[in-house]
Write a protein that binds this ligand. Structure first.
Ligand code: SF4
Length: 212
């Protein structure tokens, strides 16, 4: 069988496997009905080359029914456009996952969303593990502190963002390019020198996602 046919079959297999995976994920209620209407939010990418991992969906995603459907998403897709992908291309080519998949509710302070507890992160982690094993992404883009900590050793964000890292996932060396969280609740991007680090991260992504 030619390389092209093998590639096409592998693409179809991944598409079917992700369909089955997302059907199972959409039924998950392991955290109970703590927040009314909060259900798993799913990526629509079926033949992705890369994975993006956020923290958890926000309230707006309950209505939008797709990841990064609100204001944080507008910022994220503006950044990804700088890396060479329109929102449509990004949603098709990048599988958008998260540390937890259901809206966790508002934070007690009222500023932003509640950070999912360690128990919730643990309960949800098998979905992400399964996606990493199925997709075997060439590039992983963790977005925000919680996701970055899932892939890289703990360090200040200005030592992590703007660089490429290598992480062993499922016995394979995988490129990891972290981004700050695009939500207005995160002020990191406004810190001194941080915009330049973000620009560098987006150039690195452009080189990986849009090779000349
Ligand atoms: S957060 Fe994860 S584990 Fe909890 S109900 Fe949603 S999908 Fe299931």
């Amino acid at each position: 069988m030619s390389g092209g046919l093998l590639e096409r079959d592998a693409g179809r297999d991944l598409e079917r496997a992700l369909e089955r995976h997302c059907a199972a994920l959409s039924e998950c209620r392991a955290c109970g009905d703590r927040v009314a209407g909060a259900i798993p939010i799913l990526s629509t990418a079926r033949r992705p080359r890369a994975m993006l991992v956020g923290q958890a969906p926000g309230q707006v995603e309950i209505t939008g029914q797709r990841p990064f459907a609100g204001r944080a998403g507008k910022t994220l897709f503006r950044w990804l456009a700088q890396a060479g992908l329109s929102e449509e291309e990004a949603r098709e080519q990048i599988y958008i996952a998260a540390i937890t998949r259901c809206y966790p509710g508002a934070s007690e302070s009222g500023r932003g969303d509640r950070v999912p507890s360690a128990a919730e992160q643990e309960l949800c982690s098998h979905w992400l593990d399964a996606e990493l094993a199925l997709i075997r992404p060439a590039v992983v883009i963790p977005v925000g502190r919680l996701a970055i900590d899932r892939f890289l050793p703990r360090a200040p964000l200005d030592r992590l963002i703007g660089r490429e890292h290598v992480c062993e996932l499922d016995g394979r060396e995988t490129t990891v390019i972290p981004l700050p969280h695009p939500s207005g609740a995160s002020s990191w991007v406004h810190g001194a020198g941080h915009k330049a680090l973000l620009d560098e991260a987006l150039s690195l992504l452009r080189r990986r996602l849009r090779p000349e």
